[in-house]
Design a protein around this ligand. Sequence first.
Ligand code: IPD
Ligand code: CA
Ligand code: CA
Length: 272
Amino acid sequence: MTDQSEQRDRLGTELLEIALEAATRAGAFLRDSRPDDLGVAATKSSAVDVVTEMDIASEKLITGLLADRRPDDGVLGEEGASVEGNSGVEWVIDPLDGTVNYLYGLPSWAVSIAARVDGETVVGVVYAPLRGETYRAVLGEGAYVNDRPARVRPAPALELALVGTGFGYLPHRRATQADVVRELIPQVRDIRRGGSAAIDLCDVAVGRLDGYYERGLNPWDYAAGDLVAREAGALTGGRPGEPLSPDLTVAAPPGLFEPLQARLDELGAWHD
Ligand code: IPD
Ligand code: CA
Ligand code: CA
């Protein structure tokens, strides 16, 4: 092993340990301290795009731990955490993905933490406390759910695929997303709307969904789950030939990815 690759390995291991600790602590806090009368602290893009006091507290817990362990790193968090950094490492954090599920007491929510080095995601951790599952991946080293290797299912034909998706918070975007689903649903096995993009991507990784797509995600929604899905054998991307982006995120095993991505492109899933 060269000095450089040894250094990369050591950094990957260090970042993974920190991401696991931060996600585990934030997830336990969200699970154990959820107030019975949890209310909405503020709204973001629309009246249904909610943030609770717990989203904010979870982000503070995570950024506090990161500042303590790696003070020179950059941070991008959904609830406003923004640190420039000068180490080449940037943390991309969704302190509570699936806020609406959490607000209503539904179990599908997670803490999502990714580490990027020079812009490339090298570590992804998604902790879903009410599933008792942590999904994790290090670039080039495979994906795991708890301590078991995560693997996508073999690709079915598009007509037999169980496909997850999600809807944004803006009314005009949701209306277009509903049009796409209306066209797609007779052409696949069924559609699922789980309510956490990070978990959806991990569900592709562990074979609980055949595929997943959504328009309008932000890096904190997909950074960790994208790496977990890819390391579990999925392909991910946006429009054909393009990387995944806020315009469109698609994930599925090879053989399903291509026809799903092509179909979504024809249906205009990438625009409002
Ligand atoms: C949302 C969830 C949801 C997806 C939305 C996201 P939030 O994140 O991931 O499944 O459909 O696009 O914004 O607001 O719960 O962190
Ligand atoms: Ca989110
Ligand atoms: Ca969130």
